[in-house]
Design a protein around this ligand. Structure first.
Ligand SMILES: Cc1ncc(COP(=O)(O)O)c(C=O)c1O
Length: 370
């Protein structure tokens, strides 16, 4: 496979661990191992005694059992644990897509959702959202695109990079249209559970469609990206076994150490999720205040969920140049929209981490001077 450079990940490879202030990361403030182990009596001793052999390639039984309550209808046999969500994106498309297949992908998107099927020889149809429509892609477009035989449709709600979230009727209609067209719905739900208003939470696609595949991960809403634990949930046994066959060539299995910690966080999910949500909401208030005060410089569609948003330079300027001069002058990092494709005036803000408000004040001061 001749995969193109993953520009977003290359940008972070250069800057994530050298920039002084991160204003654009997509995860939430991580817990430490000690904080996590302190959530349950006896967990530290059990962790210390854990044998570090291979894990069950499906994901250990305790972990898969702990993932099930995130869904209404999913049992441990409907799950396949992966090393992060990224590995599951790779195994899904390798298992499902053949050269010449048609795949419809909501854009802008986390680029592997588009570039893995394209590299496998699929014809990728981009299904774009627009800022003035709150980044919710248009159902008429999907209806027309599905008129031609389509292997898979890819959606990501809550959305990277915009924080967009459609209403329930829109989501149900997408699921229904995919089912009627015989297209597999791949629903990237890595930011699910981080809705600002819990009433906005969408059902998981795997709970409302027997053919859909839901993608989940510990990295985002749980603030545990370093565990590298992700999974897919689906009642489509054929897809699950196809993915398992591909995974034998990537990671084979995860680590019992991180699976143990992931299961613990899932068992204590109310505590873990409310912590990340509180940090995110506090930072979001600072971002909203900033965007309202600086509307001469920036526009945005305010996010509805998750720790990221996708503002635009109001004068249509070059966000790459803006990001570069901000970094050089202050050490603060924003992510230019070009890494997502034709979004040269946009940039990503990430507000899931502690210290965001201080970073925003640095950006504010920079604007004051420029
Ligand atoms: C929408 C989306 N899907 C998948 C991933 C991959 O997640 P992970 O890094 O946990 O493998 C990311 C990471 O940023 C993402 O934003």
């Amino acid at each position: 496979m001749n995969l193109p450079p993953f520009e977003l990940e290359r940008y972070f490879a250069v800057h994530e661990f050298t920039a002084k202030r991160l204003l654009c990361v997509s995860d939430c403030q991580p817990l430490t191992v000690t904080e996590l182990l302190s959530l349950s009596d006896g967990a530290a001793e059990a962790f210390a005694a854990l044998p570090l052999g291979y894990a069950d390639s499906r994901g250990g039984p305790a972990l898969r059992q702990a993932i099930c309550p995130l869904y209404d209808t999913i049992s441990p046999d409907d799950l396949l644990v992966h090393v992060g969500a990224e590995e599951a994106i790779f195994t899904f498309f390798n298992a499902v897509v053949s050269p010449g297949d048609r795949v419809i992908v909501q854009t802008p998107c986390y680029r592997s959702l588009r570039d893995v099927p394209a590299t496998l020889g699929a014809t990728v149809v981009e299904w774009p959202g627009r800022q003035d429509h709150g980044w919710i892609p248009d159902l008429d477009f999907l209806k027309k695109a599905l008129a031609e035989k389509t292997r898979a449709v890819v959606v990501n709600f809550p959305h990277n990079p915009t924080g967009a979230l459609p209403d329930l009727d829109t989501f149900l209609e997408i699921v229904r249209m995919c089912q009627a067209a015989g297209a597999v719905l791949f629903s990237d739900e890595v930011y699910r559970l981080l809705e600002y208003d819990a009433a906005d939470r969408l059902p998981a696609a795997c709970d409302i469609s027997d053919t859909a595949v839901s993608l989940g991960v510990m990295s985002k809403s749980f603030g545990l990206a370093g565990l590298r634990v992700g999974w897919v949930a689906t009642k489509n046994a054929q897809i699950l076994s196809g993915m398992a066959r591909i995974k034998d060539y990537t990671s084979i299995c995860g680590s019992p150490a991180t699976e143990f910690l992931a299961a613990l966080a899932l068992e204590r999910r109310e505590t873990v999720l409310s912590r990340t949500k509180n940090i995110t909401l506090e930072n979001l208030a600072a971002a909203r205040e900033f965007m309202a005060r600086r509307q001469d410089r920036f526009t945005w569609a305010p996010p509805k969920a998750g720790p990221i948003a996708f503002p635009c330079l109001a004068d249509g300027g070059d966000a790459s140049a803006f990001a570069q001069s901000l970094l050089e002058a202050t050490g603060a990092l924003v992510l230019p929209g070009r890494v997502y494709g034709p979004y040269a005036s946009h940039f990503r803000l990430g507000f899931g981490r502690a210290g965001f408000a201080e970073g925003l004040a640095v950006l504010d001061a920079f604007l004051g001077e420029s």
